[in-house]
Write a protein that binds this ligand. Structure first.
Ligand code: PHE
Length: 460
């Protein structure tokens, strides 16, 4: 007897998938990518990438999951294409790998939330402001702090996933997503009064210089931020009921993810442009910027004592709804494929991923051997960076291209049409969708993979 897999209620899929999509990628990665790529045109290209590559692949993933009600490996077996179950295997490995380092950064947001509360109560002194960089450096190279917060965040994720699809994932995302939107909205409103707001809007939406590399970066990031290419959306799709519309749900998730990323940019850039140009230098693509620069800017604003802790709890929430989706991909595999009990699968895999993540946690300065490890030459430095490089440049694009090829070329068109039309009615854009999957998405992703292999580029 196999156990009941569970399924989402109304809006459950959209909120859970949006929760998965919205995460550190939106609030932490996207703003500094936009900054590095000079704003305006990059944002435009990114929007295009979401619409012509991200959205079609998201629909493809949902079709695979919902038509089979299975997690990725089992799904391709059930569709009688065992060779493609490699997508599922790759996805489980990718979920495992991403979660192991993602949870480390997610842990930082909890630490900074606590710090924010402390600053707000005790006062944010100029001595604190002057040492933010050093404090951050000391924190990420402190082994017990890194392992401790990583453990805490894995613990939170395990606690949610253990309660299953409806009682855990859906229940949490239904609470956290509206809260997250509310916090971000209030931050946007506050930032409208800051001096830098107008300049920030100009930077974000006025056309700017753009290089071919930025184009690739935009496509690569679309994958990461929409949780595509590793079966997270296949897995969530497998819990979606036939009453829901696939095109509308996918469009909603893409729209919400994009809006949140843009709102995060508005907040950050309004802050950044409120300081004199010389001090802006610090805002570059360093992993610490959210922790070393932002507090100073927040506490400079009226109401700053509320803003800093609010901001970090927002990022922590966003990260949590993403880590649970990563863990769910791994756990669902053991449930569907090996018939493990959910509680057992979650505990065992949570613990294993935690243990593996210790390598990343200690590779940001705590242990020299791990921090200086460079198996790929100068492409990455240390375990954390190497895993992120592999996942963002290899695993996700390769998974994505295979999914596009599968639904575009292998799965019969009548099959995909029938599935999409359940809960939607006749789908007039089916031809366009298949065209994007057949030609546009593989070309765009193939170009990334080509430039990673032959031109030595990296996009994380
Ligand atoms: N989409 C998440 C983010 O933007 C990260 C993620 C990637 C989650 C892949 C699940 C799967 O932070």
């Amino acid at each position: 007897m196999s156990q009941d897999r569970g399924s989402f209620g109304r809006l459950g899929f959209v909120l859970a998938a949006a929760g998965s999509a919205i995460g550190l990628g939106n609030i932490w990665k996207f703003p500094y990518m936009t900054y590095d790529n000079q704003g305006g045109s990059f944002v435009l290209v990114y929007l295009l990438a979401v619409i012509i590559v991200g959205l079609p692949i998201m629909m493809a993933e949902i079709v695979i999951g919902r038509s089979t009600n299975k997690s990725p490996v089992s799904a391709f077996l059930q569709l009688h294409h065992p060779a493609f179950s490699i997508i599922g295997w790759l996805g489980v490995v990718t979920g495992f790998v991403i979660l192991s380092y993602y949870s480390v950064v997610a842990g930082w947001t909890v630490h900074y939330f606590i710090k924010g509360v402390y600053w707000s109560v005790q006062g944010f002194t100029s001595a604190e402001a002057a040492t933010l960089g050093d404090q951050f450096g000391a924190f990420i190279s402190n082994p017990s702090a890194q392992i401790g917060y990583h453990a805490l965040f894995m613990g939170f994720s395990v606690m949610v996933v253990i309660f299953g699809v409806k009682g855990g994932i859906e229940r949490l995302t239904k609470i956290l997503m509206p809260v997250l939107l509310l916090i971000l909205l209030s931050l946007v409103i506050v930032s409208m009064w800051s001096e830098g707001f107008t300049e920030a809007m100009g930077f974000l939406f006025r056309p700017s210089k753009i290089s071919p590399d930025s184009l690739l970066e935009a496509v690569g990031h679309a994958f990461f931020t929409l949780s595509l290419g590793m079966g997270a959306i296949i897995t969530y799709g497998s819990y979606m009921t036939k009453k829901e519309s696939i095109p509308r749900s996918a469009a909603m998730v893409c729209l919400m993810d994009t809006l949140i990323a843009l709102m995060a940019c508005v907040v950050m850039f309004s802050l950044i442009y409120s300081v004199p140009a010389v001090e802006r230098e610090q805002f570059s693509s360093s992993i610490g910027v959210m922790f070393t620069t932002l507090p100073k800017l927040f506490y400079g604003l009226p109401g700053g004592i509320f803003l800093a802790p609010l901001f970090y709890i927002l990022v922590a929430f966003a990260a949590l709804t993403s880590t649970i989706s990563l863990l769910e991909v791994v756990v669902a595999f053991f449930i569907d494929q090996l018939n493990w009990h959910r509680v057992y699968a979650t505990l065992v895999m949570g613990l294993t991923i935690f243990a593996f993540g210790i390598l990343s946690a200690l590779s940001l300065g705590a242990l020299t051997g791990l921090s200086a490890w460079q198996p790929l030459g100068d492409k990455s430095k240390g375990v954390f960076d190497t895993l992120d490089y592999l996942a963002s440049n290899w695993f996700l694009p390769v998974g994505g291209i295979l999914i596009a090829i599968f639904v575009g070329w292998v799965l019969p068109k009548v099959f995909s049409r029938k599935e999409v039309e359940k809960g939607h009615g006749s789908f007039h854009l089916h031809g366009l969708w298949i065209f994007l999957l057949r030609f546009v998405a593989p070309a765009a992703i193939g170009w990334i993979v080509y430039s990673v292999i032959f031109l030595g580029k990296s996009y994380n």
